[in-house]
Design a protein. Structure first.
Ligand code: UT7
Length: 315
C-alpha cells in the first residue's frame, strides 16, 4: 500500500505553559527544558468527532478519492464521550462513509498498529483504498490538578488515505503488557449485583519508567525493523517519532547516532497527542513539502500498554 493523502485538525484553544501557572504549581522553566513543550491545543467548545471528520476530509481531498471509494476505515482512539458506537462510526456518519470500520485502542502507537492492520488487509486482497484516522483527546484523561501529567498532552486528529502499492516496506509491533505504568479507569453503570469497589481515576503515569521504555523500545524497534527490511540508517531520510517528550527524542537521536535534522518535531506547539501525534506530524511535514518521492520515512511510537511499534514507509 502507499499513502496518497494526509490531513489533520487541531483544536482552536492554545494553552501556553504560562497560562497553566494560574492554577497549577508549575512553570515554563520546568516544563520547557524537561519536555520541549511550550504550548498545546486543547478541546474547548469543539467535538472530538468533528476534528476527526475534518482530518479525514482533508486527507481525502488530497488523495482525490471520495468516501464512496473507501473499503475500510480504521480509527485509533483511546477515549471519547461515547462508549458506543465506536469513533469510526461516529465520524463515518458525519462523512457519509459506509464501508466496514472499527476502532482500535492501542494508545500512542495506534497509528503504527493501524498501518500494520491495513497492510494485512491489503495482503489478504480484501481492500483497495483504506482510511486511517487517529482521533485523540488526552487532555480529558489527565487530571488538571496533576502537574506531572496534564502539562504533557494536547488534542487533535490526523488521518491518511492509503491505496494499493508497495511503499510500506515493513512494520514491527512490540508489547510489554503492564497496566501499572500508564492507566486510567472510569466506572460503568451500577447494577443491583455489583459488589466490588470501582472508581474513576484520571491518568496515572510512572513517568521515568515510561521514559526508559520509550527510548529502549524505539531504538530496538527501529534498528530491528531496518535490519529485517534490509535498509541501513544511511537510507533513512526522516524519523517520524511519537512526540511525547523532546528529551525522549534527543535520547533516541543519541542512541541511533543519527543527525537531529532527520527528526522533525512539533511537540513544542502540540504536546503529546497520543496516536494522533505521528499522523499530525506527517501531515504538517507533507504540507510543507518536506518529502521527496522515494524518501524513506521511519515511524516509531510507544506508550500505554505498554505497546510500541515501528514502520518503514517509502514516500
Ligand atoms: O506518550 C507516551 C507516554 N508518556 C511519556 O512518554 C512520558 C515519559 N516520561 C516523561 O516524559 C518524563 O518522565 C516526565 C516529563 C513525565 C517527567 O519528567 P522527569 O524528569 O521524569 O520528572 P519527575 O517525574 O521525576 O519529577 C521531578 C520533580 C518532582 O518533584 P520532586 O519530587 O523532585 O520534588 C515532581 O513533582 O519535578 C516535579 N514535577 C513538576 N514540577 C513543576 C513534575 N511535574 C512538574 C511540573 N511542574 N509540571
Amino acid at each position: 500500500m502507499r499513502i496518497i493523502g494526509t490531513g489533520s485538525a487541531i483544536p482552536r484553544k492554545l494553552v501556553t505553559n504560562d497560562m497553566l501557572t494560574g492554577f497549577l504549581d508549575t512553570s515554563d522553566e520546568w516544563i520547557l527544558p524537561r519536555t520541549g513543550i511550550k504550548s498545546r491545543h486543547v478541546i474547548s467548545d469543539e467535538n472530538l468527532e468533528d476534528l476527526g471528520a475534518e482530518a479525514v476530509r482533508k486527507a481525502l481531498d488530497m488523495s482525490g478519492l471520495d468516501v464512496k471509494d473507501i473499503d475500510l476505515f480504521i480509527v485509533s482512539n483511546v477515549v471519547s464521550e461515547y462508549i458506543t458506537p465506536g469513533m469510526s462510526c461516529i465520524v463515518a456518519e458525519k462523512l457519509g462513509m459506509s464501508c466496514p470500520m472499527f476502532d482500535i485502542n492501542c494508545a500512542c502507537p495506534g497509528f503504527i498498529y493501524a498501518l500494520d492492520m491495513a497492510e494485512t488487509y491489503y495482503k489478504a486482497g480484501k481492500v483497495k483504498n483504506v482510511v486511517i484516522a487517529c482521533i485523540e483527546e488526552p487532555s480529558r484523561m489527565a487530571s488538571w490538578k496533576d502537574r506531572a501529567t496534564c502539562v504533557l498532552f494536547g488534542d487533535g486528529a490526523g488521518a491518511v488515505v492509503l491505496t494499493e502499492g508497495d511503499n510500506i516496506k515493513g512494520t514491527r509491533l512490540h508489547a510489554e503488557p503492564d497496566s501499572e505504568k500508564i492507566w486510567m479507569t472510569r466506572t460503568l453503570v451500577d447494577t443491583p449485583y455489583v459488589t466490588k469497589k470501582e472508581e474513576s481515576v484520571p491518568m496515572q503515569m510512572k513517568g521515568r519508567e515510561v521514559f526508559r521504555f520509550a527510548v529502549e523500545a524505539c531504538t530496538t524497534g527501529v534498528e530491528g525493523l531496518l535490519k529485517e527490511t534490509g535498509y541501513t540508517k544511511e537510507d533513512v531520510d526522516w524519523y517520524m517519532i511519537h512526540q511525547a517528550n523532546q528529551r525522549i527524542i534527543d535520547s533516541i537521536i543519541d542512541l541511533l547516532k543519527e543527525p537531529a535534522s532527520k527528526f522533525p518535531v512539533n511537540i513544542t506547539d502540540h504536546g503529546n497527542s497520543s496516536s494522533a501525534s505521528c499522523p499530525i506530524l506527517l501531515d504538517e511535514c507533507n504540507r510543507k513539502g518536506m518529502f521527496k518521492k522515494g524518501d524513506l520515512l521511519v515511524f516509531s511510537a510507544f506508550g500505554a500498554g505498554l505497546l510500541s511499534g515501528a514502520a518503514v514507509v517509502e514516500w
